[in-house]
Structures are given as structure tokens and as C-alpha cells.
Ligand binder design. Structure first.
Ligand code: ACO
Length: 406
């Protein structure tokens, strides 16, 4: 171990030794320079910069550049990056027609992943994972077009007409206008809304080897193109234990409210492990302390909800739940603290997004992280196609039984 020139992975493979690590709790799949997490201390840094500083001083586009390119941009680099993104926000008219084919009540997440997957068919000139210029082009296309796709997914479900992007606006403003505006009607984007959504996107921008990012890497490890890999990541994010948790939190708060607002009763159901009842927005695979993103969101939730006029009763229930859980031995002994999703749903709701859009907003925020990881992996000479082993526990050899004898 540690001897120079010895590849431990190769050595283990040669000895035939296989480790069983369900959910990859203790298995690192790669080395990475992008994001540092200390789950016990509640620390999160992107490329070395503390999340608290980025939340206070940076913007989502700048953080995207930082994650993808490794350094904070100069003014000229940031201007160039921003301009390039603003020039690629339009969707091909044929891609726009895809939205007609989905049922009106379709969840926007599969609509999003389908449209992103389809980008491989429209932009065949940027599919080579080893051509730097093509990778940069598909990066810009994704960053620019995902907000348009997301807004169209929303418009489709609302039965409202699509708006073309207005490229004089910033990325977040443009997204808000395409989502909530109407053609031929002026729409002034509320700066409080823009600032809050920009902040939430920064906080979601990367979180190292979570389920969706690992999926992006796994798919990319077969040398699948960036669009295909990101589409797979969006599908992984759809699950309620990952990106779907913010939707699940709001549904949980609403069901507690509908049941008379009795927080104690709900916590007892969680502790009794009633089937399917978890305190959503609590617990994390890595954080065994307060999620630093949740701390920032909690600080801003009050302010944002006051300005935007959120549902006070739901916020009250959320705060009571948190207080109750943090004082309860069930949660203390398991080191279960609020995660990033506990308060985000309330803010999204106050902004006017329907619950089904919450996970889409998560995807918009996480996109630069997915791209950064995919690009890092493609450049890493140690990358191998992802191919975990298994412990076979099925039947031993047995003879085939003819159909009439079964
Ligand atoms: N409510 C109640 N009990 C919980 C919760 C919860 N939210 N989370 C974990 N536990 C309990 C488990 O039942 C288990 O108890 P046990 O020791 O008696 O069996 C123990 O805590 C350990 O839980 P695991 O499921 O083994 O923890 P794991 O690391 O696998 O799961 C996860 C992490 C999936 C996030 C989990 O905490 C959870 O389901 N949370 C709710 C969903 C959620 O908020 N997800 C968002 C995560 S953050 C993100 O994706 C952005």
C-alpha cells in the first residue's frame, strides 16, 4: 500500500478480491479537484473557495465558469463567457415542436431530459468528447439552452405560449421572463427574485460525487457525448431521494398543514418508521452536521419570503419541525440535520413556481457541476469505463427444465 508504482485497484483486481459496498458509501470512484466537502465539519468549497463567500460575492454564471475552468474568470473572460451563453439561448424550431408531443400533465423533468438527449441530434458538430473546441461549444450550448428548455417545459404544462429568449437579459432574468412572462407583454423581472434564484443556483452548482454527478461520470466513462451524459444525470436527479426531495418536502409540509399542523404527530410517525414516512429535507449521505447550504438558505428564506409573500404557515411548520427534530434523540443519534432541500421549496413556491418545477430548478443549478465533472473525467488519464463488480447470490448451476415440465 502506498508503494510507488503500485496501482492498488489493479492489484486487487489481480488477486480477485472484490469489495461489497452497496451505495458506494466508502468507495471513491475518482479523484477530483472540483469540490471539497467535510461532512463532519459542515464545510463546502468549490475549487477551494468557501460556499459562504461565493454565495455572498459571486454570481451563478461566474461560479459556472469557476467550476468548469478551475479559476475565477478575469473581467474579460467573464464578459466573453456571458456573451457566448447569451448567443446560444434559442432552441431550434424543430426541437421546439418536441414539446407538442408530450402530454400536458407531463412532469417537466422527463421533458427536460428528453430535450437534452435530443440535443445530440441537433448539434452533431459538438459531440466529440476529446475535441476541446467541440466540448466548449457543447458546454456553452447546454448552459444557454437548459433554461430555455426548462421554461418551455413549464409553459407547456401551464398551457401557455412560449417566449423567445431576450438576450439582453442575464441568464437567470431571461429564464424568469421566459417562465412567467407572456408574448407582447412587458415583463419586469423582480430583482429580489433574480437575486434569490441566482443564489439558490450557486448553492446547488456542485456537490461532488452525488447520485446524478456519478451518473454523468458513469455514462461519460463509456465516452458518451456531453448531451447524452447530462440527460442521464437529469434522470438520476428526478428521484425523490435526490433532486425530487425539494418537491417531497413541500408535499410533506402541506400534508402536515392539512392534518391540522401537528408537528409532534408527524415526527412520531417518522420515528416509528411508518412505511414511506421520512422527514424529507433531513439527512445526508455525507453531511453529519448542518448542511452549510441549508444554513445560508435558512438565513435568506425569512427575508425572501417576507418580500415575496410566501406561505407563513408552511414556514412556521418547517421551523417547528426543524426545532423539534434537532432536539430529538432519534435525529441526534443518527446525525440527521436539515439538508439543502429543507427550505428551498418554500422559496420556490413563494417565487410562483409550481411544485413540479422544483427539481427542474435543481437541475438548472447543478448543470455546471455535471459539466465540470464530465470534462475533468475526459481529461483524466486514469479514467476507465465504469464497471462495478457484484457478489453473485443467485442459484448455483442447474439444468434447463423443458416448458411442459415446469
Ligand atoms: N427521516 C427519518 N429517518 C432518516 C432520514 C430521514 N430523512 N434519513 C435517514 N434516516 C434514518 C434511516 O432510517 C436510518 O435509520 P436506522 O439506522 O435506524 O436504520 C439512518 O437514519 C441512516 O439512514 P440511511 O438511509 O442509511 O442514510 P443514507 O446516507 O443512505 O441516506 C438520504 C441519505 C437518502 C439523504 C436520507 O437521509 C434520506 O432519505 N433523506 C430524506 C430525503 C432527502 O432529503 N434527500 C435529499 C438529500 S440532499 C440532495 O440530494 C440534494
Amino acid at each position: 500500500e502506498g508503494a510507488p508504482g503500485i496501482d492498488l485497484g489493479k492489484l486487487l483486481a489481480k488477486t480477485g478480491l472484490v469489495t461489497l459496498d452497496t451505495g458506494f458509501v466508502n468507495t471513491a470512484s475518482c479523484s477530483s479537484e472540483i469540490t471539497y466537502i467535510d461532512g463532519d465539519a459542515g464545510i463546502l468549497r468549490y475549487r477551494g473557495y468557501p460556499i459562504e463567500q461565493l454565495a455572498e460575492k459571486s454570481t451563478f454564471v461566474e461560479v459556472s465558469y469557476l467550476l468548469i475552468h478551475g479559476e475565477l474568470p478575469t473581467k474579460a473572460q467573464l464578459d466573453d463567457f456571458t456573451t457566448k451563453i447569451s448567443r446560444h439561448t434559442l432552441l431550434h424550431e424543430d426541437l421546439k415542436r418536441f414539446f407538442d408531443g408530450f402530454p400536458r400533465d407531463a412532469h417537466p423533468m422527463p421533458v427536460l431530459s428528453s430535450a437534452v438527449s435530443a440535443l445530440s441530434t441537433f448539434y452533431q458538430d459538438s459531440l466529440n468528447p476529446f475535441d476541446d473546441q467541440q466540448v466548449e461549444m457543447s458546454t456553452i450550448r447546454l448552459l444557454a439552452k437548459l433554461p430555455t428548455i426548462a421554461a418551455y417545459a413549464y409553459k407547456k404544462s401551464a398551457g401557455q405560449p412560449f417566449l423567445y429568449p431576450d438576450n439582453s437579459l442575464g441568464l437567470v432574468e431571461n429564464f424568469l421572463r421566459m417562465t412567467f412572462g407572456f408574448p407582447a407583454e412587458p415583463y419586469d423581472v423582480d430583482p429580489t427574485l433574480t437575486k434569490a434564484l441566482d443564489l439558490l443556483f450557486i448553492l446547488h452548482a456542485d456537490h461532488e460525487q452525488n447520485c446524478s454527478t456519478s451518473t454523468v461520470r458513469m455514462v461519460g466513462s463509456s465516452e458518451a457525448n456531453l448531451f447524452a451524459s447530462i440527460s442521464a444525470g437529469i434522470n438520476a436527479l428526478f428521484g425523490p431521494l435526490h433532486g425530487g426531495a425539494n418537491q417531497a418536502v413541500l408535499e410533506m409540509l402541506e400534508s402536515i398543514k392539512a392534518d391540522g399542523g401537528d408537528v409532534d404527530k408527524f415526527v412520531e410517525r417518522v420515528k416509528n418508521k411508518e412505511a414511506g414516512v421520512r422527514l424529507m429535507g433531513f439527512g445526508h449521505r455525507v453531511y453529519k452536521n448542518y448542511d452549510p447550504r441549508a444554513a445560508i438558505i435558512k438565513k435568506t428564506a425569512d427575508e425572501v419570503l417576507k418580500k415575496l409573500g410566501g406561505d407563513d404557515q408552511l414556514l412556521e411548520i418547517a421551523k417547528k419541525l426543524e426545532e423539534r427534530a434537532l432536539a430529538d434523540d432519534y435525529f441526534i443519534s443518527r446525525k440527521l440535520y436539515p439538508n439543502v432541500d429543507f427550505y428551498t421549496g418554500l422559496i420556490y413556491r413563494a417565487m410562483g413556481f409550481p411544485t413540479r418545477m422544483f427539481t427542474v430548478l435543481f437541475a438548472l443549478g447543478r448543470l455546471p457541476g455535471w459539466i465540470a465533472h464530465w470534462r475533468e473525467m475526459m481529461k483524466d488519464p486514469a479514467t476507465k469505463i465504469g464497471r462495478p463488480r457484484q457478489i453473485y447470490v443467485g442459484p448455483t448451476e442447474r439444468d434447463f427444465v423443458e416448458l411442459d415440465k415446469r
